[in-house]
Design a protein around this ligand. Sequence first.
Ligand SMILES: [Zn+2]
Ligand SMILES: [Zn+2]
Ligand SMILES: [Zn+2]
Length: 153
Amino acid sequence: MFKGVRTDSESRCIHYHLEKDIVSIKFYCCGTYYSCYKCHQELSDHKVIPWPKDSYDSLAILCGACQTELSIGQYIKTSQCPHCTHAFNEKCELHYDIYFCLSAEDGGTKAEGEGRSKTRRQSAEGKGACEGNEVKIDARGKGEHGRHTGRGE
Ligand SMILES: [Zn+2]
Ligand SMILES: [Zn+2]
Ligand SMILES: [Zn+2]
């Protein structure tokens, strides 16, 4: 049902394995469920492409406790499974931008003084918002070179 590195039956993996780490996420790039983005990184051969922001209705979250699929929109609004009420790890929020392309402008602040005569230039290239969104994972295990053995005269 999902892939991952050393997963258990509730989709915890080698990277995230607390009690609450039970969701797996379907990745837009390959349509495959992984326990986390690091698992994706290790097991797939391509970079993560986040869900476009109009895909809130897509079922892309799997509760590992009850195997219910949630939509992205449901998931980001809750901190527990609406079906089995198992708590989700709220820290996943930190990684939302890896999985989903969320818009910063969700109807929040509107119109700052329309009467201004200053022409505000709209950036013509607003489209790139999500594109630079690649996941950076630093290559570990490069080995620690450059260690000085300072003594030894
Ligand atoms: Zn993928
Ligand atoms: Zn993982
Ligand atoms: Zn559940």
